[in-house]
Design a protein around this ligand. Structure first.
Ligand code: SAM
Length: 306
């Protein structure tokens, strides 16, 4: 296993983008354990923080594939890694299908799910309820479906379903009705205040947090893509290869947990052995300089050699 260098001493250590601090970096390196010559697939390469640290260990960028659906992230990846790695600008469901068809296998696979810090920090992307911006929420800026279309065009039943399934929102019906009554809703702060109007009293988190999560998941088709692709990631692992998945909310983590449990069950044909009995979370040191890591959960597994 390559030595683990300390990447956690500042917000932007050598080789890291100042735009996004990779979460659980030391843990990812511990579980992927990159070795000289390993091939690497990063399904959500983002700003290349994990990728750059893993590639330091593999020393084989020509065997690496970095995937992201976001144009800005791909621009940053191209600037950082250039032609030394293969970069795929598409969602990981499409990229996974292509790589399976090509018959590829990888020693190390990472999926660091969800949004990047620039998604949340740039008001114009429309992900943050704390900043006024357009109702966008698309990770892939070329995609047609936006949050504005979901909020303004979907039926009451569709909104209730999204708020219930993707937000686990107890007031789904009341919020759906309030959204429909307030149409047209054009900005994040307008939506946040419509939802807040359905709540009385105090709550620790903003009352629109679950609504924003639900709409974001719907716009980006997040859970379906994980559900469809995760079994194929196991096919893409070489025998003895390692898979690490980081999720940021409970619906995602449940899907990951269930898929990994199914593939590693106590049977003669189990494909995986779990490396993490429980999800690994960030320690106080990491949380002190990267509060975004507080909801991160890492699960890892190794492909059983036949
Ligand atoms: C948490 S960030 C990853 C950060 C990265 N590990 C780093 O160190 O910079 C998640 C990234 O995954 C991308 N993403 C999310 N869902 C995706 C999907 N279904 N297909 C491709 N990329 C996706 C987002 O655009 C975002 O850049």
């Amino acid at each position: 296993m390559a030595p683990i260098t300390s990447h956690q001493n500042s917000a932007s250590p050598k080789g890291q983008s100042p735009l996004h601090i990779p979460v659980l970096l030391e843990e990812v390196l511990e579980y992927l354990a990159p070795q000289d010559g390993d091939s690497y697939l990063d399904l959500t390469a983002g700003y290349g923080g994990h990728a750059s640290a893993v590639l330091e260990g593999t020393n084989s960028p020509e065997k690496a594939v970095l995937v992201d659906r976001d144009t800005n992230a791909v621009r940053e990846l191209t600037a950082r890694f250039g032609a030394s790695v293969r970069i795929m600008h598409e969602d990981f469901a499409g990229a996974t299908d292509k790589l399976v068809q090509e018959g590829k296998q990888f020693d190390l696979i990472l999926a660091d799910l969800g949004v990047s810090s620039p998604h949340l920090n740039e008001a114009a992307r429309g992900f943050s309820l704390a900043q006024d911006g357009p109702l966008d929420m698309r990770m892939d800026q070329d995609q047609e479906l936006t949050a504005e279309r979901v909020v303004n065009d979907y039926s009451e039943e569709q909104l209730i379903q999204i708020l219930t399934e993707y937000g686990e929102e107890p007031k789904a019906r009341a919020i759906a009705r309030a959204i429909i009554a307030a149409r047209p809703i054009r900005t994040t702060t307008e939506l946040a205040s419509v939802v807040k109007g359905q709540w009385r009293g105090h709550s620790k988190v903003h009352p629109a947090t679950r609504t924003f999560q639900a709409i974001r998941i719907a716009v980006n088709n997040e859970l379906e893509m994980i559900d469809k692709s995760l079994p194929l990631w196991i096919n893409l692992l070489s025998p003895g290869g390692r898979l690490c998945i980081i999720s940021f909310q409970s619906l995602e983590d449940r899907l990951v947990k269930n898929h990994l449990a199914e593939a590693s069950g106590n049977r003669y044909d189990a494909e995986l052995r779990l490396l993490t009995k429980r999800p690994v979370t960030a320690g106080t040191h990491e949380l002190a300089f990267n509060p975004r890591a507080r909801s991160a959960k890492l699960r890892a597994a190794v492909k059983i050699k036949n």
